[in-house]
Design a protein around this ligand. Sequence first.
Ligand SMILES: [Ca+2]
Ligand SMILES: [Ca+2]
Length: 416
Amino acid sequence: MGFEIDDSLKTYNPDKESHRSGKKRLKTKRSYLYFVVLWLKERPFRAAAVCLGVLCVVLLTRIIIVADNHAAVEQPTPSCDLFGPQVQLGTRCNLSDLRREQTRNKNVTKERDQLRITCTNLIQEQGQLQTSYKNLTEERDKLKTSNMQLIQERDQLQTSTNNLTQERDHLLTINKCLTKEGFQLKTSNNNLTQERDLLGTSNKYLNKEMNQLQTINNNLTQERDFLQTSNKNLSEEMYQLQTINNNLTQERDLLQTSNKNLTEVMYQLQTINNNVTLERDQLKELQRLSDGGCLAGWQPHGGSCYFLSTEKKSWMASRQDCQDKGADLVVIHSKEEQNFINNFCCAVWIGLNDRVSESKWKWVDGSPMKLSLWNPGEPNNAGNEDCAELIPKSKTWNDIPCTWQRHWACKSCKIN
Ligand SMILES: [Ca+2]
Ligand SMILES: [Ca+2]
């Protein structure tokens, strides 16, 4: 037989801690009765022994009372002896009292028999209760053992709970750390993703550059091979040139020797040339005399010689050419001289200009302009015109920019 104890009663324990919680339940009447019932369930053998003791005390008390009454009834009363020789009628005892005592005696006898039966039953019940007590004691011991095991398991569970709580706290701490690391890793991941994208873009450019460099490298390799081949050829040529150079050096030495000889010959020839030049000049002078006192290509007129160029130059370049010939640009002081020049084929530079001071025309020999043969409306200085040209068709002068290209006319004195 077992006992079903609810969860609240499972905490009941004879120990002090459980006893304190049991005392708290005794504050109410219901909890008191419940506690008594629980106490009886926990200690049924002790309760049965107490009840049995109380019944035995009550039974013994009753037996003593009945025995006293029976002894009093059975003891012969000298004054009431009906069979003694000394019986006397009219004494103080009578029959009614005797009968009453007999009836009473019968009743007490019956009660005694009943009490004996009851006592026998109680003895039997005592035996049964003792047997039950033994069984309950065994069950109690088993329950105690079970309770101890449960307490040990509870302690183990509490220890396990504490360990698990510590592990949980540790795991929570680790979880927080991992969460922080997760955020950091996310941030790091984002940064790495951006860097990866940048590196990808850079990688594309680098691939392009690498391809270009590979192309350049291939070209350079080809050029290198070509240059190596060329270098070999040049080396061979260099050796050939060194050979040639050696030959040329020998030839140079020979030529230097020959040059010395030739220099001597040259000096001799220069002497001869100078003599020939003198002879040529003498011949030219004879030619001038034959052209009316003017050099070849010059036209004599009056006491002067005139030269007409075949090419065109600026006014300054034309004057320089005249000066190189020992003459200058033509200076006109008479209409007769103007008419002579009008016979030239084309417009020519003359030695008249206002380059020093605008509108103050002067001849190249420094003489002022006495004769004015300007074309009508000229000089107009249209476009900074500082040099004069002679136009044979109109037989007049015109001012034009000095940089323009024209034929020119030189004038020099005759050679006497
Ligand atoms: Ca001018
Ligand atoms: Ca003009």
